[in-house]
Design a protein around this ligand. Structure first.
Ligand code: HSE
Length: 319
């Protein structure tokens, strides 16, 4: 940790994009940040400014009513408290969370709040943590909500693009090339699923053949990404670890998968632990058709939505 020098006196607003954990083929090991092509922001925002003492927390936004009513129970409050304690600050912060992502959606909602908060706090206090240390904190705090530490949402949310988890001594993840002409259609049906419960559906052990398929698919997908071989990447983008056990717990997913294939989408998978699904194409007209189909057939509750996205290459930023 570096010594904090300048505390910003200005109000800072930070945006952290939605993300797809797993990206189908890389359970807990691959993740990508999303950016709707219509220019709308799909992610939480955190506003921060200096205060005399302690943490003054507020929460606003479309999904704020789904968060704990008591501010101190909110992870953003806890991130701020951690910073004040760690830096031994006698002053405080005003910190506000604009909760734009639905909770339990499979779009990295908790990661978006945690990453926006820790990024904002780090900027506000003059960057006491470097990138790797901050990423470590993001993983730890997000793990408190999702029930286990996995970086496949926080890493792409923070750093942007498609991120492969390394968990190496000095490097948590690395960006891999993506396909610039791919459209990622994502649809959130409006229901909420707990990541912890969706993890409980998975077996604790897998057959040797499944382990080999997983390793082959993921390494071949990464190879194809570096080669920019889109056909090979699509062929390898398969989920043998989670989808077979989670699909039935996501209403309408299996039917949607078949319908999207008939519409000409190249492949479809579960975003994170669901219920959001993603579907890939390199053709904008097909992407728009898929989005319309999903809006009519996959959305089951108010608050559901569908977007045609590209990958967000910027990650978390001041806006
Ligand atoms: N890799 C995690 C899981 C992501 O699938 O359980 C959760 O968003």
């Amino acid at each position: 940790m570096n010594q904090a020098v300048n505390v910003s006196q200005e109000m800072l607003t930070v945006y952290a994009p939605a993300s797809m954990g797993n990206v189908g083929v890389g359970f807990d090991l691959l993740g990508a940040a999303l950016s709707p092509i219509d220019g709308s922001l799909l992610g939480d925002r955190v506003m921060i400014s200096a205060a005399d003492f302690g943490v003054n927390f507020s929460q606003v936004g479309e999904w704020a009513h789904k968060l704990p009513a008591e501010g101190k129970d909110n992870i953003v409050y806890q991130c701020a408290e951690f910073f004040l304690y760690k830096l031994d600050r006698k002053d405080g912060v005003n910190i506000s969370l604009e909760k734009n992502l639905p909770v339990g959606s499979g779009l990295g909602s908790s990661a978006s709040s945690v990453v926006a908060a820790l990024y904002a706090l780090n900027e506000h206090f003059g960057k006491p943590f470097d990138e790797q240390a901050l990423l470590g904190l993001m993983g730890e705090f997000e793990g408190k909500i999702s029930g286990s530490v996995h970086y496949d949402n926080v890493a792409p949310c923070y750093l942007g693009g498609m991120q492969l988890m390394l968990n190496a001594q000095d490097k948590a993840c690395a960006a891999i090339p993506s396909f610039d002409n791919w459209y990622w259609v994502v649809a959130y049906p409006g229901i909420s699923l707990s990541t912890a419960k969706m993890r409980e559906l998975l077996p604790s052990q897998y057959d040797k053949a499944v382990a080999i398929d997983f390793g082959r698919n993921l390494s071949a997908f990464v190879h194809a990404s570096y080669q920019q071989d889109a056909a090979l990447a699509i062929e390898m983008l398969k989920d043998v670890l989670a989808e077979p056990y989670r699909a039935a717990a996501i209403p309408g997913y299996t039917d949607a998968r078949s319908a999207l294939a008939e519409l000409g989408m190249l492949t479809t998978g579960i975003s994170g632990s669901g219920p959001t699904l993603f579907s890939v194409t390199d053709d904008l007209a097909t992407a728009e058709k898929a989005k319309d189909w999903l809006l009519k057939n996959y959305i089951s509750q108010s608050g559901g939505f569908a977007h045609v996205c590209k990958l967000d290459q910027l990650g978390t930023r001041c806006v």
